[in-house]
Design a protein around this ligand. Structure first.
Ligand SMILES: [Zn+2]
Length: 50
């Protein structure tokens, strides 16, 4: 089974799919935008592959 990576918003603590909340910029910055509270963070650290 394949699990989609999830991210927990530090503002509202809602768990949501990584793919829908992260926007990769051309300069390699990654912006997280919460689907619930619409807060955004630049350059969040994501953990890949545990
Ligand atoms: Zn949020």
């Amino acid at each position: 089974m394949r699990r989609d990576p999830k991210v927990i918003c530090p503002f509202c603590h809602q768990q949501q799919p990584l793919a829908k909340t992260l926007t990769a910029q051309s300069n390699q910055n990654v912006i997280f935008t919460c689907l619930h509270c619409h807060e955004s963070i630049r350059n969040i650290v994501t953990s890949k592959g545990e």
